[in-house]
Design a protein around this ligand. Structure first.
Ligand code: B4P
Length: 192
């Protein structure tokens, strides 16, 4: 499964509980990059400046990271990807990678939100957590990058009949309930 939405739409917020409900790991490329930056790894050094500016990390680096992560044993029952794929090139890579194992993406949860509201959410997060890419200028740039680079991936998955559209406005709990209801309606029941 994938969870897709603009920066601040609530992907990371919803992903943990959603993955737990389905008994699969939540994998966030953003979290992996931040952990590498914090630990000063080679990858962290390569992506530090890029993520701070709200640019996308090159597909070559991100795709290899996902190849390694999806080779780990815990993804055998399935997985929830949060923040990947983010470009049509990443969609193509993921599709080919999964096809090698006879697998494919079952559902793409699209969180639909209002741009001004998500900018407000991220400004609030910057006050609380001080994330370096949560300055107003960088937040606005990330929204533009989402519109040009990432929004087109929704059309690709919609053409495959995989997109589950969910209203991402409202409280965290309301959105979580809507996601579960929409997935159940599509025939995906949570783990018992
Ligand atoms: P991410 O970590 O994915 O950052 P994000 O888009 O801001 O999402 P996040 O999950 O953190 O926030 P959420 O919407 O849950 O990416 C960071 C950077 O890494 C990218 O800019 C890029 O540079 C790089 N990167 C990552 N993946 C990449 C890829 N595949 N290819 C290339 N580069 C990549 O929540 C935001 C805030 O809203 C939170 O504070 C939360 O509390 C609040 N919130 C959530 N839901 C709410 C609700 N219903 N009501 C009120 N507030 C809510």
């Amino acid at each position: 499964m994938l969870i897709v939405g603009a920066p601040g739409a609530g992907k990371g917020t919803q992903a943990t509980d959603l993955a737990a409900a389905y008994g699969v790991p939540a994998i966030s490329t953003g979290d992996i990059f931040r952990a590498n930056i914090k630990n000063g790894t080679d990858l962290g050094k390569q992506v530090q400046e890029i993520t701070a500016q709200g640019q996308l990390v090159p597909d070559s680096l991100t795709n290899e990271l996902i190849r390694d992560r999806l080779a780990q044993r815990d993804v055998t029952p399935g997985f929830l990807l949060d923040g990947y794929p983010r470009t049509v090139g990443q969609v193509d890579f993921l599709t080919d990678l999964l096809a090698e194992q006879g697998a494919s993406i079952d559902a793409v949860v699209q969180l639909v939100t209002d741009t001004d509201a998500v900018v407000e959410r991220l400004l609030k997060r910057s006050e609380e957590q001080g994330r370096v890419d949560d300055t107003e200028e960088v937040i606005r740039h990330r929204q533009e990058v989402y519109a040009t680079e990432t929004a087109p991936i929704i059309d690709v998955y919609a053409a495959r009949g995989a997109v589950v559209e969910v209203d991402g406005m409202g409280t965290v709990e309301e959105v979580a309930q809507r996601i579960l209801a929409a997935l159940e309606a599509k025939g995906f029941s949570p783990a018992a």
